[in-house]
Design a protein around this ligand. Structure first.
Ligand SMILES: Cc1ncc(COP(=O)(O)O)c(C=O)c1O
Length: 356
């Protein structure tokens, strides 16, 4: 008999006994015993937001992606990119996986490299938090720091350094997460179906940030295939080119920003704009203050792109004007990655995000 069945009131003349909560807090769940940490990627919880959307008559749920082993949604992508490339011979044992990453994909690739016998070398922007850089080192990933203020045409800029690493590294595999739709496929195959099942097929809005675009595109494709009426709202960051490109098809100039994980300097292949119904653009300040609010009020300790997602949800709520809807958002990574940035009062003040 399944454990839940034991909890049902029994038809008896005696008063039904109330079920006592297990004092350990444990819940009936399948045994989760794995042969490898990579098997623990995915199947993350969905949590209903309460206090930060207290006055809203609808429901808002967040997919807690920092519960993945390396602390971010990018573990799903790293696992998929490495496995499909190994399966069709693009990546061979002992070779080096190289990638441009805001740090989280690099950590996922570092996990795969450590477990499945590869080396890993990545280009990361110098705005990447010290915590992420140390975590990369712990996993044996070689990180090449790039000046994030340089324009894309500069030979030392992010993408140009990446191209040079690829040219100079013998026996390397460059998944190119920004332009390789296998990134989107990782979410189409895992994140999307998980959300659909957890929401029991009742979703009105998906609100998600865009970095490579893999998450929003893969999840949106899956959800819209199940229910074409689901609206998808992308969260971009001020300084990125995505929003203007979405609205007008023009590639405007980019500007520096501090938020990690969202936005880019030019349109990329993995952002499938035709799956996105609307876009909103958050400032660094709002993203960081919303992340801090999430920690204080919901005890959800997440990164700046999660703050951006909450801000995006609030934009949708204000447009809905009290109309109840079921909204899903995604919180991509953990706050501990940003202890010396977003969660440092001193850093926040230095950048003008907190008053003295
Ligand atoms: C912290 C964080 N948030 C959001 C994203 C965006 O996810 P995607 O690249 O799938 O658009 C990333 C991607 O690197 C990230 O690292």
């Amino acid at each position: 008999m399944p454990p839940e069945a034991c909890a049902q009131p029994v038809a008896t003349s005696a008063p039904a006994r109330k079920r006592r909560a297990d004092p350990s807090g444990r819940r009936a769940a399948p045994r989760r015993v794995y042969d490898s940490i990579v098997d623990a990627v995915g199947d993350t919880p969905l949590v209903r937001l309460q206090r930060v959307v207290a006055d809203y008559p609808g429901e808002v749920f967040a997919k807690i992606e920092f519960m993945n082993p390396m602390g971010s949604i990018k573990d799903r992508v790293a696992r998929h990119l490495v496995r499909v490339a190994a399966a069709d011979g693009r990546l061979r044992p002992g070779e080096t996986v190289v990638e441009a990453s805001s740090g989280n994909t690099a950590l996922g690739l570092g996990m795969m490299a450590a477990l499945e016998g590869y080396r890993c070398k990545v280009a990361v922007r110098d705005r990447t938090s010290p915590e992420k850089l140390r975590a990369l080192r712990a996993l044996g990933v070689e990180a090449v720091l790039v000046d994030s203020e340089l324009p894309p045409e500069h030979p030392e800029s992010y993408n140009q350094v990446m191209q040079r690493i690829v040219a100079e590294t013998p026996g390397c595999y460059f998944p190119d997460q920004h332009n390789n739709r296998e990134n989107n496929e990782a979410h189409y195959l895992s994140t999307g179906p998980e959300i659909w099942e957890q929401m029991e097929g009742r979703i009105d809005y998906l609100v998600a940030g865009l970095g490579t675009g893999g998450t929003i595109s893969g999840v949106a494709r899956y959800l819209k295939e199940q229910d074409p009426s689901i609206r998808v709202v992308g969260v971009d960051v001020e300084g990125s080119v995505f929003t203007r490109y979405f609205r007008s098809g023009e590639v405007g100039p980019s500007a520096p920003y501090l938020l990690e994980g969202l936005g880019d300097e030019f349109p990329i292949e993995c952002v499938e704009f035709d799956l996105i119904d609307d876009m909103v653009q958050v400032s660094d300040r709002e993203a960081f203050l919303h992340a801090r609010e999430l920690a204080r009020r919901e005890a959800i300790f997440a990164g700046g792109s999660s703050g951006a997602a909450l801000w995006g949800v609030r934009q949708v709520l204000s447009r809905l004007g009290g109309e109840p809807a079921r909204i899903v958002t995604i919180f991509p990574d953990h706050g501990s990655r940003y202890l010396s940035t977003i969660y440092s009062d001193e850093w926040m003040r230095r950048h003008g995000f907190l008053d003295a």
